[in-house]
Design a protein around this ligand. Sequence first.
Ligand code: ADP
Ligand code: ZN
Ligand code: ZN
Length: 740
Amino acid sequence: MIAKVITDLSLDKVFDYRIPAEIESKIRPGTRVKVPFGNSFRLGFVLELAEKSEYPVLKDLFLADNDDVCIPENLLKLGDWIKDYYCSSQEQAIRTLLPGAVRSGRIHSRTVKVYNIQNEAECDDFIEKNSSKKTAAKRIACLNFLKNNPDSTADEISECCSVGSSVIKTLLEAKLITFSEKVVRSDLFEGREAVRSEALTPNPDQQKAIDLVEKLLDSPEEKKRTILLWGVTNSGKTEVYLQAIAKALARGLDSIVLVPEISLTPQTVRRFRARFGNDISVLHSQLSDRERFDEWMRIRHGEVKIVIGARSALFAPFKNPGLIIVDEEHESSYKQSEAPRYHARDVAVMRGFMENAVVILGSATPSAESFYNAKNGKYHLVPMRSKVDDKQKPVIKIVDQRMASLDTEGKKTFFSPLLTTAVHDRLNRGEQVILFLNRRGYARVMTCELCGYEARCPNCAVSYTYSRKNETLSCHLCGEVVPAPTVCPSCQSPEIRFMGVGTEKIESAAINTFKNARIGRMDSDTMKNAESYEKMLNSFKRGDIDILIGTQMIAKGLHFPNVTLVGIIHADHGLMMPDFRAPERTFQLITQVAGRAGRGEIRGEVMLQTYNPANETIRFAAADDYESFYNFDMSVREMLKFPPFGHLMTVHFKSENEAHCLQYAEYFKSELMEYIHNEVQISGPSPAPIERIKGKFRYMLIIRGEKLKVIREKIRFLLFKRRIPKDVEAYADIDAQSML
Ligand code: ADP
Ligand code: ZN
Ligand code: ZN
């Protein structure tokens, strides 16, 4: 037999190897193998078996190790789809299917030597005959211990029976006990049990969703198996997930729960453990390689039936997933930013389709794509319109900043009189306030009044962000940090100005305006690690902080009952981005931030400060009217043929040599031209909105339309089968989420 093998450095090629007869039974598609490659050996995966090869002379392959690492066939198929759909190479697709810890072969199953009674009757016989002999006391103690504690290690025996290793040796020699190797896996929960919780009695909306899941689980022939669960925060979506998983579990089916990394908190995990015990696998970014390997093995060997994790948990090697849940399905973090640039939500739907699983997509503000599919009958739509606790929604006010940005002394201010008064009110009542601005740093740009100089990163086509605390300028794209100049670097004038606003400036303005308030700030400048994050959240929770200022880091999931006011400093920030998803993102962000207000007894209030009070996105967000926003956004997208009206893909080109970059992009386009038909448009090559990053010029092609299969094939061909100039990088981004 022949195996077609892919290795990590395959460059999209599979290689044929002969399978030696003696290991033939152990080789299947997906098996990890060791293959001779040049002068050395490499690990690879079998993609297919074949009777013959077109090559006359083949080398033999070997089994990689004893771990039986094998990509299940269902995942291999999914990988194949990813490769074609996202125009990636084969090895890139295979790489995403497995955690690095499993793929690399550096980590193996850990085993311990455990001891057991060899033969119960002989053992009892020995004990009876020797019970009165003082010299046999230690051996008898060991035997009695092993009778009650099978699979004990030498250490456990020594400790519990106070015997040395010689006793164990004697018993082995006497054939009274035996030993064997037992696999041990790391325990993520360190043996601690979570406090158990019972299923809550569902409200009518929840019941509808759970019934639908149950019906679909019981009708495998039903083709429409994806549910969009559209419910505001606190409408009880998570409770639906939990009960849906219980239904799958009762039918012996596995469940996968995807959550954005940022929501994968101990609190979330605790809720799942409280319902299902410790037999769940949690895949988060803090796992060690050992833990990741062990979790993969646990899933693969059917030791757990529930996985909860971020993006990559989608590839949990279950044999029979019955339910796949994608919480916060609109989150852009589900799109992988490196090849194969897949969207976990879309791959989840595809995996569901391939394996006939029920898929639940949950969100308060569904992506336009998913809502469109639901409206068109491709997905089931289950709205959950009421909050579980019948708390009133916060009052949302639009504050026109064009009028209000001067204070009583005629000075420019970031806080409108309305917001200022509202904050003072809260402080007087001992309530808490969140001020939100989606921009870190002190100022956005440093400019010179005299010559117009603007401080920009020399490697990237963006302005530096100024930090006053550190007196530095930094680039958010390449991380370059330089000391802030005190005079204009171009004309030496001291008349330099810092314009634009970031959270650091808001913080110092707040310190001036709200004199006695205790103020905290959360953004990527102040929160360097998980610890500082927890610390800040805890002191806010304890009430040691009155006003919390932050970026989108504070937008999600936080539950602080004493926060009764949320101020959004520039609600329209982000709307100006040259990206057709800017309105959608802004709407989602405002909705999320607004949801932080009034989670306790007192009704919350939200103030949206804006320079565009008439803007539709701002108005619909303030009215908490998702559907009107959706209709508005769709009318714009339809006109411009943006998704979900047709697909959108971009091909990116990067090079330090701008001319080469452009030339190659033009050649690439010319190669695609013969496949462009009347349902497809291609535009470019044009400079990307951020023209240069880390010293590399960037050009892109934008392709929009329907029926893109042939074009995908051609793009894949050009990227992987044709030579690309050495100094140019090219990649495709299918269903691109960012147009920058
Ligand atoms: P979401 O995921 O939509 O934010 P959750 O499922 O977390 O909502 O529910 C919000 C809160 O309401 C949780 O504290 C949860 O325990 C509670 N809850 C959910 N469903 C019910 C129910 N049917 N009866 C009582 N409490 C519920
Ligand atoms: Zn100057
Ligand atoms: Zn830079």
